[in-house]
Write a protein that binds this ligand. Sequence first.
Ligand SMILES: [Zn+2]
Ligand SMILES: [Zn+2]
Length: 344
Amino acid sequence: MAGTNYEPDVPITISPLFAWPPRPGELLAVNARALVAPLLIFYALLSVAIWYLLTPSLASMQTLRPGWILTVWARNLVLLTLWAGGLHYFLHRRRTQGDRLKYTDRPFSHSRTFTANNQVIDNMIWSLGSGVTIWSLYECATWWIMANNPRLVRSWTDDWLYLGALVVAMVFWSQLHFYLNHRLLHVEPLYRLAHKVHHRNPNTGPWSGISMHPLEHLLYFSAPVLLWVVPSHPVVVLMLLLYSGISPAASHCGFDRVEVFGRWSFGAGDYYHHLHHRYFECNYGNRLVPLDALFGTFHDGTTESHRRMRARRRAVRPDADLPAPEPGPELSEVLSDMRDDERY
Ligand SMILES: [Zn+2]
Ligand SMILES: [Zn+2]
């Protein structure tokens, strides 16, 4: 059995949003820390740069024309290639930090499940083909609607307080939206029809992030539909779309933190979601809006949590042909005591 060589501290901590009695101080601190995470700041600054430097003007997008639509699509294609490709190149090809902070020591798969028997090539095809296209279609639809409805566009100088609050609200909206569409995708026939494509990757890499079936992309990238009726600013639209488009490359990169020049590091991988890829019937959402805790599907990384998840998983999918779960160091102890057919 392949082992996992890095496990962050468990139990995983989550926001006390649904805690009773309420813990407002802790709630505020957890959210404030999450909002100033280096990667979130990076995505926000990138959105500003992209709006001012790499997006056609709203006036030119009043009419649907191939020119600007293709410009948006090509820009997103290059963006994802640079971000996911860069993370893959440094972490998995040049192996700049070896196996340090890596969740699993398993190599990427060369099984027949994947196009060309190659997990990375297969993941790239789904991400760049369907992923970037559907992401860009939502973006173009949003620009066209905003360009033709000036009341949907607010200005930072006049409405900075409203837009600032909206940016924060969009962080929570994107998390809630992810939970809702992801939970739905685990219901048959949507799982077999669509979500199974993403779950062929129990061992994820940067290119697995938005490696999904087109039907899943249609749901997954639909968060900005809210901004078709709620007034905002193009930078807010880009923040929402960029977060959906490129942040999964980091959260699926396979490493808890990415080291830079051997001196600094930033939080990249998402162990919470990593456990979802390993065990399927747990952790559908995220730590900031922890609906999993509310609905009893939270796996906090401990053996006790694993036993509960295993019982639930059997009840939900007794005949599922899912890949065998891959235990972490602590879990491998309890799993080694079980018969093979008891493990999942
Ligand atoms: Zn995933
Ligand atoms: Zn899933």
